[in-house]
Design a protein around this ligand. Structure first.
Ligand code: HEM
Ligand SMILES: *[C@@H]1O[C@H](CO)[C@@H](O)[C@H](O)[C@H]1NC(C)=O
Ligand SMILES: *[C@@H]1O[C@H](CO)[C@@H](O)[C@H](O)[C@H]1NC(C)=O
Ligand SMILES: *[C@@H]1O[C@H](CO)[C@@H](O)[C@H](O)[C@H]1NC(C)=O
Length: 465
């Protein structure tokens, strides 16, 4: 009896094993394809140490020089393939996007919420994306230009005559714009509570994920819970008053959509996360680049002053409109060139859901795949003299998949129009009414997670006479 059981289990184990091998053998001969070139470094530690011990861009660039635009390496215990050509980026992000799923460390998923848009593929993702795009497409954000403008004016006014840390102040601005786009104007009531919780939450975002009382992670998980409670309160008020709003929350709450409160909360927190530091660091870089090049600053200022004068002549009201923001070609090129040079999201993460062949190489199932946006943006064959800040290079439209500050394909940034809009509105008031000078040495760059001018760019801001 005992023996029989063992025999059968052994036999079936053997058969399964045999079938799996045969199956693999017949399924694909992809195993015979070579892996991309490169080194994996020591297991587990891999090349993580090298990656973090130097400017990550130097690490990527030296690898690319040595192995070409597709190479393998090992970071944070995961074997991965890094890609840095427009064709490979198109393959991973657009044409074969279904073979590469988004992937994040579990602790980040827990903090942002498992149901947030970034972590999903397929039907649920498509549904969320439709709802987010609906709230952030030009038609929808046109109506909030003047509200964004009041936020910009108030922010700048509060900074007049002070020495400030640009990045911190820009974070406040982009946070307030994010709340406006999510909740509309009514929820200023909750602004301070949301801000307090969110600022605690983010402190834990890059901390060790150890959930013991007193740790940063534990505190931020607590703040995460409190945020969800505030959101629940806002949801129930809106339901009671049967408010029908065309902001992001209204889009998520639509009857037909059938999202749970938890799904809504995870995605609201996710959008704040995606919207705030990204846009604030781009603004910080623009303020630095304009401060360093007076001829570019003058060109932007002239363009913005022409908009002010145009309004005075027509006797129009002195508030910005969507149409005004379409008359800012020079400012737009400054934004594009900043997105290229600074490449604040140097890369993104995907994971192969099956063995994939690319250009004769095997990308094994489960391996991470990192499209390196920054390397594409700094490739001298695509952008000559790549380290130079020269907005005029965008007078001609870039070729497909050579300029990907907002990614491409199914997960590309749905907030890109809002990001550009809020940057233009702030620059309008900054260049027409203020001067600024940088305080202290300004050549350093700090990493983590985004590239940022050292110390967040301390400046002194004064009103023009
Ligand atoms: C200049 C500022 C910004 C930059 C550079 C930026 C960049 C990006 C990039 C590169 C992605 C794609 C990542 C990937 O494919 O893995 C992305 C995704 C996303 N961004 Fe942005 N973003 C910015 C501002 C915003 C704003 C203002 C919002 C919201 C209002 C936003 C919301 C999102 C969301 C929700 C996703 C996830 C989309 C999905 O997974 O389908 N972003 N962003
Ligand atoms: C904080 O840590 C304690 C002890 O591990 C745990 O019981 C509690 O649930 C944690 N708090 C949160 C919000 O996760
Ligand atoms: C400013 O930018 C212009 C246009 O890109 C460039 O020709 C000029 O050399 C730059 N000046 C400085 C001081 O960097
Ligand atoms: C995204 O990919 C498509 C298909 O290759 C391409 O037509 C489009 O120009 C790309 N977008 C960007 C921003 O390069």
């Amino acid at each position: 009896m005992e023996f029989n059981f063992m025999f059968y289990s052994f036999a079936s184990f053997f058969l399964i094993f045999l079938f799996r091998c045969l199956f693999k053998f017949f399924k694909s001969n992809s195993r015979e394809l070579p892996l991309p070139p490169g080194t994996l470094g020591w297991p587990y530690i891999g090349e993580t140490f090298q990656l973090y011990s130097q400017n990550p861009n130097v690490f990527f660039a030296s690898k690319q020089k040595r192995y070409g635009s597709v190479f393998k390496t090992h970071i944070l215990g995961c074997p991965c393939v890094m890609i840095s050509s427009p064709e490979a980026a198109k393959f991973v992000l657009v044409t074969r996007a279904h073979l590469f799923k988004p992937t994040f460390p579990a602790s980040k998923e827990r903090m942002l919420g498992k149901q947030a848009i970034f972590f999903h593929q397929g039907e649920y993702h498509a549904k969320l994306r439709k709802l987010v795009l609906r709230a952030f497409m030009p038609e929808a954000i046109k109506s909030i230009v003047s509200d964004i403008e009041s936020i910009a004016k108030d922010s700048l006014q509060s900074l007049e005559g002070r020495e400030i840390t640009t990045f911190l102040e820009m974070k406040t601005y982009t946070f307030n714009v994010a709340l406006l786009s999510i909740f509309g104007k009514d929820e200023v009531l909750y602004r301070e509570d949301l801000k307090r919780c969110y600022y605690i939450l983010e402190k834990g975002y890059n901390s060790m994920p150890i959930n013991l009382p007193g740790t940063l992670f534990n505190k931020s998980m607590k703040a995460r819970k409190e945020l969800a409670q505030i959101l629940a309160k806002i949801l129930s008020t809106r339901r009671q008053m049967k408010l029908d709003c065309n902001d992001l929350l209204g889009s998520f709450m639509g009857d037909k959509e059938g999202l749970t409160d938890e799904q809504i909360a995870d995605n609201i927190i996710g959008v704040i996360f995606a919207a705030r530091d990204t846009t604030a660091s781009v603004l910080t870089w623009i303020i630095k680049y304009l401060g360093e090049n007076l001829s570019v600053l003058q060109a932007v200022t002239n363009e913005q002053e022409a908009i002010v004068r145009g309004k005075e002549k027509c006797g129009e009201e002195q508030t910005l409109t969507w149409a005004d923001t379409r008359k800012m070609p020079i400012t737009s090129r400054v934004i594009q060139e900043t997105l290229r040079v600074a490449s604040i999201l140097s890369f993104t993460f995907r994971e192969a859901v099956q063995d994939v062949e690319y250009e004769g190489y095997l990308i094994p199932k489960g391996w991470k795949v990192l499209p390196l946006f920054r390397n594409i943006h700094h490739n001298p064959e695509i952008f000559p003299d790549p380290e130079k800040f020269d907005p005029s290079r965008f007078e001609a439209a870039p070729k497909p998949n050579t300029f990907l500050p907002f990614g491409n394909g199914t997960h590309s940034c749905p907030g890109n129009e809002l990001a550009k809009l809020e940057i233009m509105v702030l620059l309008h008031h900054l260049t027409t009414k203020y001067r600024w000078s940088m305080v202290g040495a300004n050549s350093g760059i700090q990493y983590g997670p985004f590239a940022l001018p050292q110390n967040g760019l301390p400046i002194r801001l004064t009103r023009k006479p």
